[in-house]
Ligand binder design. Structure first.
Ligand code: COA
Length: 165
């Protein structure tokens, strides 16, 4: 098992994981995910077992939290000198869930945020995923800061504070 930064040539593997793990209306587009890997490579990780991708995450540095939307390119929001790490995706292949791999990716993201001297990590959990994912993030220190109710897109905004402003 190896955790490393994603490469552009991993994109097909990332897309098959993305489409396996997330429902159709939540999975994001290849061009958007590829842009994340290119724009902030230090915040995008994959877990590989031999050549098989079993988990992945992506993130970007923002000035501050603003309302996140799906399928927005990192190149539009990413500011290397920003204050927060926004996690755009985190997914573990179903057959590898509950074996500590999600936690390993969270640790990598916290380390990245510390390296960039950021104050918080943020992410959104879509309502359909909350039953499984909210407990996982809470177990890893995240707290719900807001419930955002939108037609067809209700979600929780979660935050993990790591450094004091
Ligand atoms: C949510 C997800 C990332 C969790 O990854 P995972 O590899 O299964 O989780 P881990 O095995 O690393 O769990 C880490 C810890 O969280 C706990 N945990 C996991 N799921 C939990 C849940 N639903 N409720 C409470 N605790 C949970 C584990 O027991 C473990 O605790 P420990 O540190 O005491 O052993 C994974 O299930 C997944 O990809 N789900 C589908 C996609 C998704 O919902 N992504 C997140 C929204 S963007």
């Amino acid at each position: 098992m190896e955790i490393r930064n994603l490469k552009q040539e991993d994109i097909k593997k990332v897309m098959s994981l993305e489409n396996m793990v997330f429902p159709k209306n939540i999975a994001e587009k290849e061009e958007v995910i590829l842009d994340r890997i290119i724009t902030f490579n230090r915040g995008c990780f994959g877990i590989f077992e031999k050549e098989k991708l079993i988990g992945y995450c992506s993130s970007e540095v923002w000035e501050d939290y603003k309302e996140a939307k799906r399928n927005i390119k990192a190149s539009l929001n990413h500011k290397e000198k920003g204050k927060i790490l926004y996690i755009t995706a985190l997914a573990i292949s179903p057959e590898y869930q509950k074996r500590g791999f999600g936690k390993k990716l969270i640790k990598k993201l916290i380390k990245t945020a510390n390296n960039f001297k950021l104050f918080s990590l943020y992410l959104r959990i879509s309502e359909p995923l909350a039953k499984k994912a909210k407990g996982f993030y809470e177990k890893n220190g995240f707290e719900p800061v807001r419930y955002i109710s939108k037609r067809n897109d209700n979600h929780y905004l979660m935050e993990l504070k790591i450094n004091k402003i």
